[in-house]
Design a protein around this ligand. Structure first.
Ligand code: ZN
Length: 142
């Protein structure tokens, strides 16, 4: 049986979930938050741990509270997170609260979407997107 390692949207700790049980609404072993369907807010303390341990691709939204296009995209990002539950983990980095992460990843404009696998960045793109455009970008579009 294949086990997935998934981060908790509530407390950012990692839980091991058998792939066959993904449809059973798995919850976090620590805080009982549902693991799937909501973006995981990451900070400097959790970023590397979550990115390297998560066994699914991780899509990170680098955003900031003062950014209008970021706020416009947020509900679309949430909806896409639910649509891709069990296939792609969605995460968010508040670049205002985490300037160290923004500098490390040389975030130029926000929102920036960056796709990671096993801790390695595969590609990124900036600019606001709706849910369909996020899905298209994940599928390899621009
Ligand atoms: Zn938790």
């Amino acid at each position: 049986m294949t086990n997935l390692v998934l981060p908790c949207p509530g407390c950012r700790s990692l839980s091991r979930v058998p792939e066959a049980r993904l449809a059973d609404r798995p919850v976090c072993a620590s805080c009982r938050t549902r693991l799937l369907g909501a973006p995981v807010p990451l900070d400097a303390a959790s970023f590397d741990r979550v990115l390297s341990a998560t066994t699914l691709p991780v899509l990170v939204d680098f955003w900031a509270p003062w950014c209008g296009p970021c706020r416009t995209m947020a509900p679309h990002f949430d909806a896409a997170a639910a649509a891709f539950a069990g296939r792609v983990v969605f995460a968010k980095v508040d670049t205002e609260a985490e300037p160290g992460l923004a500098a490390r990843f040389q975030i130029q404009g926000i929102p920036t979407l960056a796709l990671f696998e096993a801790g390695r960045e595969l590609r990124r793109s900036s600019g606001g997107r709706n849910q369909a455009q996020i899905a298209a970008w994940l599928a390899g579009g621009t």
